[in-house]
Design a protein around this ligand. Structure first.
Ligand code: E4P
Length: 234
């Protein structure tokens, strides 16, 4: 399963790129609002300089022509830009127009497998069901992934399912087991996946045992050296 980072924070993206596990990045207006000092276009350009994987840039217009204007401008920033378009009647039309123009899209705000099916038919490259937001309203968000993945594979759509709104590491495990093509993760969830209390404790114990053994060996050598020195004097 491919792993995307769900952030507009440049330092987080640089860090995960250094780990060697970054396949792409998703941004949205909320994530951009947490950054400061640069325009959305500048942030996107910088992200595309860090990863050659798909970088999702979200439109805010609600009408087709507005979405097309924003998306075409994003697509000029870098070849790996994917235009993020919300699921709506206008969104479907924009997705199909982008597909005709060869511009890749990520259909966002998907909450049912049927919405995902429509986005795939319209020609979206990525389908983003929001798992966590469904869990928040007491529904099983992962069920959408469970239904959508076989639909996409059975009819051989070119779209990939991207599990979004991921809240904790268990979501990632479940998405991977179901066969989601991609999951996009907040930086914190990626860090949680790296760590385990027994791993962290084990690293400390190995270090302490190594230092203890080296100290004991150094002390033994020192005693041996002083013993052979005094026997030479005699
Ligand atoms: C990603 O493409 C989505 O915009 C994001 O995962 C939404 O996550 P949230 O529900 O935590 O805001």
């Amino acid at each position: 399963m491919k792993i995307f980072l769900d952030t507009a924070d440049i330092e987080e993206i640089r860090t995960v790129a250094r780990w060697g596990i970054l396949d792409g990045v998703t941004t949205n207006p909320t994530l951009f609002s947490k950054t400061s000092g640069s325009t959305y276009e500048e942030v996107l350009k910088e992200i595309c300089g860090i990863t050659s994987g798909p970088v999702s840039a979200e439109v805010v217009a609600e009408d087709v022509e507005g979405m097309l204007t924003e998306g075409r401008a994003f697509a000029k920033i870098a070849p790996n830009i994917v235009v993020k378009v919300p699921m709506s009647e206008e969104g479907l039309e924009a997705i199909s127009r982008f597909a005709e123009e060869g511009i890749k899209t990520n259909c966002t705000l998907i909450f049912t497998a049927n919405q995902g099916l429509l986005a795939a038919k319209a020609g979206a490259s990525l389908l983003s069901p929001f798992v966590g937001r469904l869990d928040d309203i007491n529904q099983d968000g992962m069920e959408v992934i469970r239904e959508l993945v076989p639909m996409i594979e059975m009819y051989e759509y070119e779209s990939e399912v991207l599990a979004a709104s991921i809240r904790h590491p268990r979501h990632v495990t479940d998405a991977a087991l179901i066969g989601s093509h991609i999951a996009t993760l907040p930086f914190k969830v990626l860090q949680q996946m790296v760590h385990h209390p027994l791993t962290d404790k084990g690293i400390i114990t190995f270090r302490q045992d190594w230092e203890k053994a080296r100290k004991e060996a150094a002390e033994k050598n020192a005693v041996g050296a002083s013993a052979s020195g005094s026997s030479r004097q005699n």
